[in-house]
Design a protein around this ligand. Structure first.
Ligand code: 3AM
Length: 286
């Protein structure tokens, strides 16, 4: 499944980008092409880490699109797996959310790009299962892409409605936290929570523990917005279509792409000044 060559000959590491429970990510140069890549160095020794990594590679290799971060190569170095993927120079949406204030126009354009990614995955019977602003990456050309497929699942005729509780608690849909069988629309709920993050900088119940957040999601249903009166009626309606407790009434990615909030959104290039300004601010603080 992995490339047998020595990646040290092929790539030159440039800088450490960040770390997570899995290991860390570096920016590197492909010596042959001069192009930049991101290398996720995954420590395979953690609990369940091998399964998550194999899953991530299988899904990334199988599904390529302009709205998902594309897989380039992978290498095994002892207990470390190097996952080489396209480099997203604008960083994560979570960073943009924390460093600036997004306008409704920005939210609409980002939403359309994310929904295109979700529509692509769902049309291929894949559920991402960990949609959150940390897993949405940006590029300074305005592109917005989904990443981190470790928890994603490929639906099959035998397993078309999983019930395994998977994801990050605050973003989980009610049917996930209550252990019901679920479908691709769990990603739409999580995406609705990303909408709340874009407005309020954090998901609902962020100050609560995992357990309390899950209990509140199960009992409260659609979360209340802090200042709904400050939002346009279109944005409020769009979020309510994403955050329907009843899966049947929750819109699909394809339907949401037709919602007027998203349909009349500015092109992705309108996000360039925002992404570039956040990147510059990060660089000057380094
Ligand atoms: O630690 P921060 O949040 O700054 O956004 C990801 C996160 O950054 C970044 O690596 C860190 C650890 O996950 N990251 C992940 N994949 C990336 C990619 N393909 C990436 N940055 C750029 N391109």
């Amino acid at each position: 499944m992995v490339n047998q060559e020595n990646p040290m000959m092929k790539y030159t590491e440039l800088e450490h980008i960040g770390s997570g429970g899995f290991g860390h990510v570096v920016r590197a140069l492909n010596n042959a092409t001069g192009g930049e890549v991101a290398i996720k160095k995954i420590n395979l020794q953690g609990l369940g880490r091998k399964e998550l990594t194999v899953n991530e590679i299988v899904i990334m290799k199988r599904y390529r699109s302009s709205s998902v971060v594309n897989y380039l190569d992978s290498y095994l170095l002892g207990e470390e797996l190097w996952l080489v993927m396209e480099y997203m120079d604008g960083g994560a949406l979570s960073d943009v959310i924390h460093k600036t204030c997004l306008s409704e126009d920005h939210i609409a354009a980002i939403s359309r790009e994310c929904l295109q990614g979700l529509d692509f995955l769902h049309s291929n019977d894949v559920i991402h299962r960990d949609v959150k602003s940390d897993n949405i990456l940006l590029r300074t050309d305005g592109s917005v892409k989904l990443t981190d497929f470790g928890l994603s699942t490929q639906l099959t005729p035998e397993q078309s409605r999983p019930c395994l509780v998977a994801g990050t608690p605050w973003w989980m849909a009610p049917e996930v936290v209550t252990g019901q069988p679920y479908g691709p629309k769990v990603d739409i709920w999580s995406f609705g929570i990303v909408g709340v993050e874009m407005l309020e900088k954090e998901p609902p119940y962020w100050d609560q523990s995992h357990t309390s957040a899950r209990r509140l999601i199960a009992t409260v249903g659609t979360p209340k917005l802090r200042q709904p009166k400050l939002l346009s009626a279109l944005l409020r309606d769009f979020l309510s279509c994403c955050l329907q407790t009843d899966e049947e009434r929750r819109w699909s990615a394809k339907e949401l792409l037709q919602h007027p909030f998203v349909r009349f959104a500015e092109p992705a290039s309108s996000l360039v000044p925002l992404i570039v300004s956040v990147k510059k601010r990060k660089e000057t603080r380094m």
